[in-house]
Design a protein around this ligand. Structure first.
Ligand code: NI
Ligand code: MN
Length: 234
């Protein structure tokens, strides 16, 4: 089975598998890198890693229109409920939420998480998705921390890591993270949206190739990559 991963720029990703559409950190209309508008996006499941506007800005409008289930930390789930989002599941670090096509495990991230109106967004998170018999690690906004090696024990097929620096880990730490996680494929996220997080993705890919066993995959905003190794059942 083919799993399609699309980068919408910044930290916004879409996963399509067995006809289901999973959207991560929807940030379209104010995202200088995005090619799509929030109003064009369909989704069955929306994952939000933390409360910052560059990760949640379009979650409310897409969730209300599509009735997609939003999965996020408990405090953000409560906040989304107050914004009129009805299909929402709050969880917390270490927990898992099982859907028919995917298991969502919430894992730690080292960052902050205030919501756009100043409300408490709880703790920031990453996700490990078990889908099609493989695992995808979405690190979210985070520093590198050595417990990423515990995520590595889960046998990660695809890792999505921030490389922008300033607000998250940069290129050098993303190489350390890749060594700790040991994924088969790694994709860079959270860079080139603004000048403050400009990075040379080709230099990053060269470092990944020379210092880790992982295969780097660089997407342009709006572009997709197809992974052929995923199976029909999770
Ligand atoms: Ni953030
Ligand atoms: Mn961010």
């Amino acid at each position: 089975m083919t799993l399609t991963l699309t980068w919408h720029g910044h930290a916004t990703w879409a996963i399509e598998f067995v006809g289901k559409r999973i959207l991560v950190d929807p940030f379209f209309d104010q995202n200088p890198a995005a090619k799509a508008k929030a109003s064009e996006i369909d989704s069955d499941l929306i994952l939000v890693t933390h409360g910052h506007a560059d990760h949640i800005a379009d979650a409310v409008s897409i969730a209300r229109r599509t009735k997609a289930m939003v999965v996020c930390v408990y405090e953000i789930a409560e906040w989304l409920g107050k914004q009129g989002v009805t299909e929402v599941t709050g969880m917390n670090l270490g927990g898992s939420f099982l859907l028919p096509y995917c298991n969502v495990k919430m894992v730690p991230a080292l960052h902050s998480s205030t919501l756009p109106d100043g409300s408490n967004g709880g703790v920031p998170a990453g996700f490990v998705l078990t889908i099609g018999g493989k695992r995808i690690y979405i690190a979210g906004d985070t520093a590198f921390f050595s417990d990423m090696s515990l995520v590595g024990q889960m046998e990660i097929e695809v890792a999505i890591l921030p490389i922008g620096d300033l607000y998250t880990m940069g290129i050098d730490d993303s190489v350390l993270a890749t060594q700790a996680i040991n994924p088969r494929f790694v994709l860079p996220s959270h860079f080139n949206t603004w000048p403050t997080i400009a990075q040379d993705a080709k230099a990053w890919a060269h470092k990944i190739k020379s210092e880790t066993p992982a295969d780097p995959i660089i997407l342009a905003p709006g572009a997709a990559h197809q992974f052929a190794s995923f199976k029909a059942a999770h």
